[in-house]
Design a protein. Structure first.
Lengths: 265, 310
């Protein structure tokens, strides 16, 4: 081939992009205690979902504080090591939430979960951290995989049962408390958290879903996958459809539900 | 223990008790007498490993609509399957147009069209899955009500012409306007089962089909009224005592030498409405100023931000 012609072949630079979409509903609850944010900066995309807990407005304040703090620290900090940054943020926000007080100066006793994902768009990698029972799913090639654990009493029970520390009867006797969280921000000395050991390499077409428990307690993984693949051409619609479906399929009352979708293309 | 899977009625797709395989006790459909036509999917087959297929209720060339049940989402759906046996290259563009029509219908989210859940390719064909509306079609309504006056028919079919107008504004063609494609949804009738321009039809064909439907409803006829009839003696004698505007509109639509009648023109002439209320379009919430101004103060360029924070 003639080198002259080779030079004339137009080349197109492939610009990977991480687009994000969100939908959040109150469900049948009085207050919206879920908070979320997705921010796209030249360095990458940070997405976070927090599910607050605590009476009256405590949960709402806790989750909003967590999201705002993480976003502002992300904006203001020069981040050399994103995993270290996320871990430090979790510890810092845990202390801040634990110190939240009401108007009379009494401790609010509020808490919040956190599930955060950072994607370096140029490198096509993803880092994440999670405390509590909000979840992060990766959807690739029409399969769905949850990459975090639910930090609740069930996890502890399962662990103890597997190690033979408790019997099946004891397990069943404790099961009514299984949903109680054993780790969350606001606990004061958070130590149980899930994070990646090495950045996950993203592939074109990958979808990352971050959600509060309102979503996965109403919809099976198969349903979540079906909604996302059904709406692949319109991920905002997928996010809306997920929260709508959660409300529609909930057996009893529906918790606050938030779905944040990141689409790598 | 083996549990027998629930048997569904192939028309209304609701579970039926054992022993009622002859006739559905819920919708009255004669299950045992249903025979699919050549090329149609057999009832009770699992389409794409997900959709339990029921009876076909509308066939239009390469398009067939079925009642179906989505086994993953556990809901009844309308399944529109496009199967092209043509070996030519044209089939790919037809399939593309069909999928494009449904994708755009999904995004438009019209209240007068069933929600489009998904559309996909399937072998050399394609399919679209929509919200299940009801068993009750316009055809059945006509069978019950018989003849109807102009005002009644006009008001019954208003959502249909509105849907067509909105589709035509988006340069989409429905391609299959008939009594079987119009179903009751709550208190109104909605148009279902689009074929798109994949059926090699044009917007003007939709308008003609709509006017045929309108005249058909007035006559109490479930089958499409032939063009010759509308263009001939009926319009001259004004058998249905149509108002002058309506008569002019219908006559002009079927006049081979006349102008092309649009859905917009029909709405203005028949319904005297020039503008259609499209509803309030969702506008994305503005990012909170506090976060943005913070980013500016830190000298960080924010390319995009969505958040629940106020």
């Amino acid at each position: 081939m003639c080198p002259e012609n080779e030079r004339n072949i137009p080349t197109r630079k492939y610009d990977p992009a991480m687009r994000f979409f969100a939908s959040s509903i109150v469900g049948t609850r009085k207050y919206q205690q879920d908070s979320y944010a997705c921010i796209d900066t030249p360095e990458g995309v940070l997405a976070v979902v927090c599910d607050g807990m605590g009476g009256l407005e405590g949960g709402e304040r806790a989750s909003a504080l967590a999201v705002r703090t993480l976003v502002e620290d992300y904006i203001s900090g020069s981040i050399a090591d994103i995993r270290k940054f996320l871990r430090n943020e979790v510890i810092r926000i845990d202390t801040m939430v634990a110190k939240l007080c009401d108007d009379n100066g009494r401790p609010l006793g509020a808490g919040t979960t956190i599930a955060a994902v950072y994607s370096d768009t140029e490198k096509g990698t993803m880092d994440w951290i999670s405390v509590g029972d909000s979840k992060i799913y990766v959807i690739r090639n029409n399969t769905i995989q949850c990459i975090v654990r639910e930090h609740n009493y069930r996890m502890m029970l399962n662990d103890m049962y597997m190690k033979g520390e408790i019997t099946l009867e004891q397990y069943r006797g404790e099961e009514h408390k299984a949903e109680a969280l054993i780790s969350f921000l606001g606990i004061g000395n958070v130590s149980l958290m899930d994070e990646n050991e090495a950045p996950i390499k993203l592939m074109q077409g990958d979808i990352v879903l971050i959600c509060s428990d309102g979503l996965y307690k109403s919809l099976s993984e198969q349903m979540i996958l079906a909604v996302i693949s059904d709406n692949y051409f319109d991920m905002q619609r997928a996010a809306d459809e997920l929260t709508d479906a959660a409300l529609r399929y909930s057996q009893r009352s529906q918790d606050n539900t938030t779905a944040v979708i990141l689409q790598y293309s | 223990m083996n549990v027998e899977p629930e048997k569904l009625c192939i028309s209304c797709m609701r579970p039926i008790p054992a022993g009622s395989e002859e006739k559905c006790p819920l919708c009255g459909f004669r299950i045992s007498s249903y025979r699919p036509e050549d090329g149609q999917l057999e009832p009770d087959t699992l389409f794409e490993s997900r959709y339990h297929v029921g009876a076909a209720y509308l066939t239009d060339g390469m398009f067939t609509s079925y009642s179906a049940y989505d086994k993953i989402m556990n809901r009844r759906v309308l399944l529109r399957v496009y199967s092209d046996i043509d070996e030519g290259y044209e089939r790919f563009s037809r399939r593309g147009r069909f999928l494009d029509t449904y994708k755009r219908l999904a995004v438009m989210g019209m209240v007068s069209f069933p929600t489009v859940y998904t559309c996909r390719t399937c072998g050399q064909g394609a399919y679209a899955v929509c919200e299940y509306v009801s068993e009750s079609t316009l055809s059945q309504e006509i069978a019950k009500t018989g003849r109807m006056d102009f005002e009644g028919a006009k008001s019954l079919l208003l959502p249909v012409i509105v849907t067509l107008k909105l589709m035509h504004d988006e340069r989409l063609v429905h391609g299959c306007v008939c009594a079987e494609a119009v179903r009751r949804k709550d208190k109104t009738m909605v148009l279902c089962d689009a074929s798109g321009s994949a059926g090699d039809k044009f917007a003007a064909d939709d308008v003609k089909d709509f006017l045929r439907l309108l005249v058909g409803v007035m006559y109490g006829s479930r089958t499409p009224v032939p063009t010759e009839f509308i263009a001939g003696a009926f319009s001259k004698a004004n058998e249905l005592s149509l108002p002058p505007d309506a008569l002019e509109c219908i006559t002009a639509a079927f006049d081979p030498s006349g102008i092309e009648i649009t859905s917009d023109y029909v709405l203005r002439k028949l319904y005297h409405c020039g503008e259609i209320a499209l509803g309030v379009k969702k506008t994305p919430p503005k990012p909170p100023e506090s976060v943005l101004s913070f980013a500016v103060s830190e000298g960080v360029k924010v390319k995009g931000l969505i958040t629940s924070l106020s």
